[in-house]
Ligand binder design. Structure first.
Ligand code: PRE
Ligand code: MN
Length: 357
């Protein structure tokens, strides 16, 4: 009995081998068809052809498999074949690791982002006054932090909320950053302001609400300075990466991606920090990946564990909002750290053993 079973199984092994060979032979033919379709510019998926094959197969089917089962099996074969054709001709993005295996390392006033060291970017949500900027700049300088953020153009949920100081805010940011030897990052919201930004700031931020503002992305692609692209509040990683591609394809490949939380049903945080975005973006692209712990959480009390998680997940840096007197801040008052809280966070990060300097 056992011997008979053994014999039958040996026979099945042989048939499996034959099927495997045939399936792969079929796959080679499918690939050749894919080449022709690609040259002719016709779609790879051909439902009419698939239906004709299924009809022919079922009309010839001697059993014992029922027609429904034969259809099911062959549909799977067609699906795998189509995948093969699409995979062969998939458009590779400039920002993808397949095109460039090595990390893009961005030099911002001699601070390298995306290399072996991780960076901290900090500063107020909005530029409000010289006094405010100087307090933060002095604290950053003391802490050895080289890049200061500060918003001058603020796309706010309500048109009645503080909209930022605009170009004057950029001027103030530059003046104070120069005094303290810091590099700056600020959001730009209008394509016409990109050239102006180059005069005042070191990194252009494109905000979450503008992640798919394609004209702005194209304009940033013409800029000579790096771009920090924030993930949209409801953007998939696929959309995020394609938004970065809009910038890269125009010639500016100095693009950094920043996860800033996505919208979910959770209310205990302002947004939900998608930590899996970090390793996925690092895997799929060669761009530096950062995490904005302030906007993703909207809170002050869980920044250290979130920053540690980001660094452990392979982020190239962390961004946080700091204000000398958060209660009076003109935007994002609830989430900005005061200077002692910031210093405590920074100590915690540096002593965690996770921050590579
Ligand atoms: C094939 C693959 C995908 C199409 O949807 C239809 C058929 C197949 O696997 O048989 C081959 C093919 O591309 C074709 O015959 O045009
Ligand atoms: Mn803010």
């Amino acid at each position: 009995m056992n011997e008979q079973l053994e014999q039958l199984r040996l026979k099945l092994n042989e048939i499996n081998g034959e099927l495997l060979k045939l399936l792969n032979e079929r796959a080679e033919v499918v690939r050749s068809i894919g080449e022709i379709k690609e040259k002719q510019g016709v779609p790879k998926f051909d439902p009419v052809r698939e239906r004709a094959m299924l009809e022919e197969l079922t009309s010839q089917n001697p059993g014992p498999f029922k027609n429904a089962e034969i259809k099911h099996i062959f549909k799977e074969i067609f699906k795998a074949s189509l995948n093969l054709q699409e995979e062969d001709h998939k458009q590779q993005l400039i920002v993808s690791r397949k095109i460039q295996p090595a990390n893009t390392v961005i030099n911002v006033k001699d601070t390298l982002i995306g290399g072996s060291a991780q960076v901290m970017i900090a500063g107020p949500c909005s530029v409000e006054s010289y006094e405010q900027l100087r307090s933060v700049a002095a604290a950053l300088k003391d802490a050895g932090i080289k890049i200061m953020r500060g918003g001058a153009f603020k796309p706010r949920t309500s048109p009645y909320d503080f909209q930022g100081l605009g170009i004057e805010g950029l001027r103030m940011l530059k003046e104070v950053a120069d005094e303290y030897g810091l590099a700056t990052i600020s959001e730009i919201v209008h394509p016409a302001h990109i050239e102006l930004a180059e005069q005042y700031i070191d990194i252009i931020q494109i905000g979450a609400r503008n992640m798919q503002n394609f004209e702005l992305l194209k304009a940033a692609g013409e800029a000579k300075i790096p771009v920090l692209l924030k993930r949209g509040i409801a953007a998939t990683l696929e959309e995020f990466v394609h938004a970065a591609e809009y910038i890269a394809v125009k010639g500016n490949t100095n693009v950094m991606l920043i996860e800033r939380g996505i919208r979910t049903y959770e209310k205990w945080t302002r947004n939900t920090l998608d930590i899996s975005a970090v390793p996925l973006l690092k895997q799929e692209t060669h761009l530096p990946v950062l995490v904005d712990v302030s906007h993703s959480t909207g809170r002050k009390d869980i920044l250290l564990p979130c920053a540690k998680a980001a660094l452990a997940a392979g982020a190239d840096g962390v961004m946080v909002e700091v204000h000398p007197d958060p209660q009076t801040a003109l935007s994002d008052a609830a989430q900005q750290l005061d200077i002692p809280q910031f210093q405590q966070l920074w100590e915690g990060i540096r002593h965690s053993g996770l921050f590579k300097e």
